[in-house]
Write a protein that binds this ligand. Structure first.
Ligand SMILES: [Zn+2]
Length: 601
């Protein structure tokens, strides 16, 4: 799971600048690109890397190469024409004297990591001459429909595992496709050895090829040449850091093998339980947000991180005694929790593929079995959460809707601590229903919503205890609370299928109901009563934990409906005030570490 910055991810229903309608079959003109580019904030990440050893520096160069490979694969996963489009745009738009429209299209490509733009009114539209991307993008046969896939799965239940695997693509068994995949296995005997029986099966299918037959092909073979190259680079990086950071070297070797076997268990175990020195890296395919057909396939990313060692150490000290927070939560079935949650504070050196953008924090891995066995690592991305440019926009919107006495109470640092304790919150509280069922299975689509709301509320609930221990001062606790309010503000009415925004709206409505928030219809400003805060959070958290404990989907649904109402005279006005202050809609990240690695990508 990752936490994204609110302003980048919002669905924007109201567009002050209407984009000109696209002409099908034509690339966007400069005039069509301009409204988006004018709403794009470029943020350059350039953390100080002066403390890295020579070996770490050399290893970093190899890891950046792996990042470039995964960037290519990610774009390829999202659109089948991405590689050709990018090559053409880099030739035209990257030329020394580029025409402005070519330069604009290249910037759009980088912003959207492919040839499909999200317009100001939240539509997806190609900005060069390519087909729109189907829901399954390029990890399913192009244009495969849900109906065909469901019918195929119903008729071939034994293939369900391979066709829904987290790290595989779905293919049609036509002669040319099979020939290509068999050739990849022959070209790379290591892949053949790690996937026993696969080549024989493909060869058998090739004797009777049929496009009506589907098969699942592991990522290692779908992207064989690039994966083998990444494996080599990761091993080189491991050799380079071996002397200064043996555990990190060991993790890189494990992950290199994982990329060829499509089984991440060894790398995840080494990653989550490892103690690394100056570097950390998220490498592989983890998040499934891009798969809009089934929501099961992970997309590739590399995130290169520089550890803030001292800050991490003081944070871990502050987190001691977590059991006391768990025991204070308003529910009965308390559990033993691990005291050494692997949390770290980092500066982003560079992000590639799926992890690129405004991620503030990640908690991985997602696979329940691995998370149960080894725990999950929490990566806090300090130079994003504390970026003055990013915080500037957040702060302006805040000031536009709260009473003047609250204007300075929201700080960049409070976002950091709220996010940290949100991630810790995922470790605490109910993790199965009282009759032992998995929460997602019991609660369906509401499972994720309630889990995220629980994490938000645990973060705020812990505030009082953290003040008692001296982790917070009176002032920083108030900022923690202000950040909790800020998180609930919506600049557009959420759709019910948006779990994060919906649960934020629910908290907002709860705070109104309990008198924590008061909306002054004269001044059109929100006042905050901090004295009622802890009590209101505790009461809502009790409701959420009880719903998780019961695991009753209908009861959860009724609760969500009851608390997610939207009143144009109140919510609508606050949203409009926020939108009026919103200078940027998009953020384009660039990285100092990539200077000297060819065109920025
Ligand atoms: Zn979360």
């Amino acid at each position: 799971m990752k936490l994204a910055l609110p302003l980048t991810a919002l669905a924007l229903a109201v567009a002050p600048l209407a984009a000109q309608p696209a002409q099908p079959g034509k690339a966007w003109s400069l005039e069509q690109a301009r409204p988006i580019l004018e709403k794009t904030q470029t943020i350059r990440l350039a953390p100080d890397l002066g403390h890295l050893s020579a070996g770490e520096r050399a290893a970093l160069a190899r890891l950046i190469e792996v990042g470039g490979i995964f960037q290519d694969i990610y774009e390829d996963q999202r659109h089948r024409s991405a590689p050709q489009v990018r090559a053409a745009l880099e030739r035209a738009g990257g030329a020394r004297v580029a025409r402005p429209e070519d330069a604009a299209r290249l910037t759009l490509y980088r912003l959207f990591q492919g040839p499909i733009a999200t317009t100001l009114d939240n539509r997806r539209e190609p900005f060069v001459v390519v087909e729109p991307a189907p829901p399954g993008k390029n990890v399913y046969p192009w244009g495969l429909t849900r109906a065909e896939l469901d019918a195929y799965l119903a008729a071939h239940p034994r293939q369900r595992g391979e066709l829904t695997h987290l790290r595989s693509v779905v293919r049609r068994a036509d002669a040319a496709t099979l020939r290509g995949d068999i050739a990849a296995l022959r070209r790379h005997p290591v892949l053949d050895a790690l996937h026993p029986g696969l080549r024989a099966r493909l060869e058998a299918m090739a004797r009777r090829p049929s496009a009506a037959t589907l098969y699942g092909l592991p990522y290692s073979i779908a992207y064989a040449d690039r994966m083998v190259r990444a494996h080599g680079l990761l091993n080189e990086a491991a050799d380079l850091v071996e002397a200064s950071d043996e555990e990190f070297a060991g993790y890189l070797r494990n992950r290199a093998r994982d990329l060829l076997s499509d089984d991440y268990e060894s790398g995840d175990a080494a990653w989550v339980t490892g103690h690394f020195r100056n570097l950390n890296a998220q490498i592989g395919a983890y998040e499934t947000y891009d798969d809009e057909l089934l929501g099961v396939r992970a997309f590739h990313s590399v995130s290169l991180l520089a550890a803030r060692t001292e800050e991490t150490a003081s944070l871990r000290r502050g987190m001691q005694g977590l059991q006391a927070v768990e025991d204070a939560l308003p529910y009965e079935r308390h559990k033993r929790i691990r005291e050494d949650i692997p949390v770290g504070v980092y500066d982003v050196i560079a992000d590639f593929g799926q992890s690129r953008g405004g991620n503030t924090a990640s908690i991985l891995p997602n696979e329940a079995l691995h998370a149960r066995r080894y725990g999950r690592t929490i990566l806090l991305r300090a130079n994003i959460m504390r970026s003055p440019e990013i915080f500037g926009g957040t702060s302006t919107a805040w000031r536009a809707v709260v009473a003047p006495r609250h204007a300075d109470q929201l700080t960049a640092d409070s976002t950091f601590h709220r996010t940290l304790w949100h991630e810790v919150g995922h470790y605490l509280g109910v993790d199965r229903t009282s009759d032992g069922r998995d929460l997602d299975a019991a609660l369906g689509a509401n499972g994720n919503l309630l889990e995220e709301m629980k994490a938000d509320l645990v973060s705020l609930f812990a505030g009082q205890e953290l003040r008692r221990r001296g982790y917070f001062t009176d002032e920083s606790l108030r900022s923690h609370y202000a950040s909790g309010i800020n998180r609930t503000l919506q600049n557009v009415r959420p759709r019910r299928d948006q779990p994060y925004q919906t649960m934020q709206l629910m908290q907002f409505n709860w705070f109104l109901d309990k008198g924590v928030l008061r909306y002054d219809r004269e001044t059109r400003r929100l006042g905050i009563d901090y004295d009622r805060y802890h009590r209101a959070v505790t009461d809502l958290l009790r409701e959420v934990l009880a719903l998780q404990d019961r695991g009753d989907e209908a009861a959860a649904d009724a609760f969500i409906t009851r608390w997610s109402r939207w009143d144009e005279e109140l919510h609508g006005r606050i949203a409009a005030a926020m939108r009026a202050e919103q200078r940027y809609r998009y953020r384009l990240f660039t990285y100092a570490a990539l200077d000297g690695f060819g065109p920025p990508r």
